[in-house]
Design a protein around this ligand. Sequence first.
Ligand code: FPP
Length: 247
Amino acid sequence: MFFQPKETSNYILNPDNIPSHIAIIMDGNGRWAKKRALPRKAGHKAGAEALERIITDCRELGVKHLTVYAFSTENWKRSQEEVDAIMDLLRQYLKNYFKRFLKDDVRMDVIGDITRLDQDIQEQILEIEELSREKHGLAVHIALNYGGRDELRRAVKKLAEDVEQGAVKSEEITEDTIASYLDTAEIPDPELVIRTSGEERISNFLLWQIAYSEFYFTDTLWPDFNKNSLTEAIYYYQNRERRFGGR
Ligand code: FPP
């Protein structure tokens, strides 16, 4: 069965081939604000609102996992004012807006090293993860203080400790063993990675997990990314032939 998305989309999606995991690099908040002569933090606020809408859209389209790059290990290099603004936004969303999704069976968790975040934010994260435990709908994974290399470093460190203690035999390490030490141990690899704002880089996002992902780049700035944009990205994905290295 084919359906026409509600909005003015020209793209007709095959509902039987919706990617089960979409990962998004939400880029372009700063440029969105600059175009409007607004401070960068206004761009991040608009970006957070876009995220809220896209979570709803993913639920409606039947996506099972959505991973979003909200704050990278490199983002600490931004001005203290901008870091504080993003952290304040995160506080607000963890306290208020994100919790609203739980009633729609949406689950939320965080990937990344949260130990560098303020204590109150860490507590909010643990609370929302706990509240999510009984939910079985769309899983939203928020990457915070996340870097693909840092994730691999932490995984290797833990695996080396387990080898040292005899819990794992080095000759028995498989790709699945490594995957099980990553922050994404319980999460299938993304079929589709989207990056907004015209940049075509992976910027240390999910380095291990994207081995066979399709990539979709769009010039749309993240705050302007809407259901129609998402539909277009999925349409692109549905028209790719995935070979996984075979012929
Ligand atoms: C990239 O745009 C965006 C970020 C580094 C932050 C992403 C954050 C959000 C979308 C809001 C976070 C929301 C929550 C709830 C945590 P940029 O600032 O690099 O844009 P630019 O490249 O145009 O300057």
